[in-house]
Design a protein around this ligand. Structure first.
Ligand code: ADP
Length: 414
């Protein structure tokens, strides 16, 4: 079946069309037919479509998410797109939606019903920017394809619902958890689940034998302790702000800093949240950019002190989390890198792994340099007690597979 995978933001819709079904999943024979993004919804939008590496770009007025979905279909079904498998709307068989927050309601991907929509609405307080945009996408799907068309929600938080309360509770008065479900949820769940699955395929291990610390290092960054194939701890918390240093997010800070900034700088709570989310991290420390590639260039070309400091802090923090999770899990078999930085920045991987020799991690420098640009495999030396892998993530593929399985009524095995 051909699955339309949608990742809806407030003013953008990213999509892929992936051909898969239960049989294709078994044989790793899924096919990516097309991908693209519609940006600046609400005005003159920019539409970017990709098939077989060929990119086409156009602008058109796109009022809302419904029109965005219609634009995607119009293009996909036109001869111009060149997708042989999609000639008409009837050639799209289901939609898979990335949904950011499933709260404590959703532990697995699920077919969308009215009750599921109410559940996603109930999580809006937890993700006030993201869940409403995801719901717009779901409504657009129902409007364009008609009621009853199979749509599936795949939650970023679901994989972490296996966390034990010892790991997910904050040491706050317990009634705050009771009253507001204030706790660690974690994000990047679809990415971590995919990476754990690929690790099993690469190593031939069973789910029970899958004990890894995974690092998703992109613009957003988080770490996940995966024991016996399940998430047992993760660094993002109630929101994606907690944990590792990121492109523009501060990650862990002393919460008293909020009060201090209010007093000394006269910032409002909202301004401080914006500062912590949008002006901190690599951008805040370097004063230059949130982009790791540009920072590394800056270091190599100009030996910029603050760029060096930002990258050093980024790597140090990531290493600390690996150490913490190895202790929390009672050891692991591998550290797995994914996300734009984790997949491409060999230099950053080296620096994160420096000091992990004590845990038995010995990097293979040549392998580490070689595995970039979506190349997958091991980057530690043979015999290294703690291995290291690069596994390019593919959240869209997992969303498409979950969608195919939910539609077929087959349980998700991971
Ligand atoms: P997002 O979290 O938005 O999906 P990505 O996973 O694409 O982001 O990661 C973006 C980050 O990956 C940016 O900091 C970018 O500089 C970094 N990155 C991508 N390619 C490279 C590279 N070759 N070397 C270093 N960093 C890279």
């Amino acid at each position: 079946m051909n699955i339309l995978v949608l990742n809806c933001g407030s003013s953008s819709v990213k999509f892929q069309i992936i051909a898969t079904d239960v049989d294709a999943i078994e044989h790793n024979a899924d096919r990516r037919l097309a991908s693209g993004i519609i940006e600046r919804i609400g005005g003159e939008a920019v539409l970017t479509f990709r098939v077989d590496g060929k990119v086409s770009r156009q602008t058109a007025p796109v009022r809302d998410h419904r029109q965005a979905v219609e634009q995607i279909l119009r293009w996909a079904c036109s001869g111009e797109s060149g997708i042989a498998e999609v000639q008409s709307v009837a050639d799209i068989h289901a939609i898979g939606h990335r949904v950011v927050h499933g709260g404590e309601c959703f532990t697995h991907s699920t077919l969308i019903t009215d009750e599921v929509i109410r559940g996603i609405e109930a999580c809006i307080d937890l993700a006030p920017l993201h869940n409403p945009a995801n719901l717009k996408g779901i409504r657009a799907g129902a409007e364009v394809f008609g009621p009853g068309f199979p749509q599936v929600a795949v939650f970023d938080t679901a994989f972490h619902q296996t966390l034990n309360e010892v790991a997910y509770l904050y040491a706050l008065p317990y009634q705050l958890y009771r009253r507001h479900r204030l706790r660690r949820y974690g994000f990047h769940g679809t990415s971590f689940r995919y990476v754990a699955y690929r690790y099993r395929q690469l190593t031939g291990k069973s789910r029970e034998e899958t004990n890894i610390v995974a690092l998703h290092l992109g613009n957003g960054c988080s770490a996940c302790a995966i024991r016996a194939g399940a998430s047992v701890d993760t660094s993002m918390g109630y929101t994606p702000l907690e944990g590792l240093m990121m492109g523009t997010r501060a990650g862990d800070i002393d919460p008293s800093i909020v009060d201090f900034l209010e007093m000394k700088e006269g910032f409002t709570a909202r301004e401080i949240e914006a500062l912590l989310n949008k002006q901190s991290g690599l951008l805040g420390v370097s004063g230059l950019t949130n982009d790791m590639r540009d920072l590394l260039d800056e270091i190599h070309e100009h030996d910029d002190r603050r760029a060096k400091l930002a990258v050093a802090m980024f790597c140090y923090r990531a290493r600390k989390y690996i150490g913490a999770y190895l202790a929390a899990m009672g050891g692991a078999d591998a550290v797995v890198f994914t996300g734009g930085i984790g997949e491409n920045a060999a230099e950053v991987r080296t620096r994160i792994c420096e000091g992990l020799e004590w845990f038995g991690l010995e990097l293979d420098p040549a392998q580490n340099q070689a595995l970039v640009n979506r190349r997958e495999g091991v980057i530690s030396r043979e015999g290294s007690r703690l291995a290291a892998y690069v596994i390019p993530t593919d959240e869209e593929l997992l969303i498409a597979r979950d969608t195919a399985r939910c539609v077929a009524g087959v349980p998700n095995p991971y």
